[in-house]
Design a protein around this ligand. Structure first.
Ligand SMILES: [Zn+2]
Length: 104
């Protein structure tokens, strides 16, 4: 449950702290990156609280995460990259808490 709360709270904090002039837009874009979890639809079961999503789901693969990191360096894609990196970091943290691993 805390994991899901963090998915909403951390982008909000980042938006307010670093994009205070346009935090609403920043927050919306970062929230939209949660669509990355649509890749869970390919898994069976779709949701499993004890499964580590990093390295398991198609859009949670390490080379995709490297791409998300690159997006952070370009102004036009920065918010998308940031939203995705926050998402992956929180997912990885969840893996550590529930399974004792950072990646599958
Ligand atoms: Zn995820």
């Amino acid at each position: 449950m805390l994991h899901i709360v963090l998915h909403f709270a951390v982008p909000a904090i980042v938006a307010l702290k670093f994009f205070s002039q346009r935090w609403q837009v920043a927050y919306l874009v970062m929230m939209a990156t949660m669509l990355v979890d649509l890749d869970h639809l390919f898994a069976d079961p779709i949701y499993d609280a004890s499964r580590c999503s990093i390295g398991f789901h198609p859009l949670h693969q390490p080379w995709f995460i490297a791409l998300y990191l690159v997006l952070c360096f370009f102004p036009k894609t920065r918010l998308i990259g940031l939203g995705l990196m926050i998402h992956m970091l929180l997912d990885s943290l969840d893996c550590q808490v529930t399974n004792g691993i950072w990646i599958n």
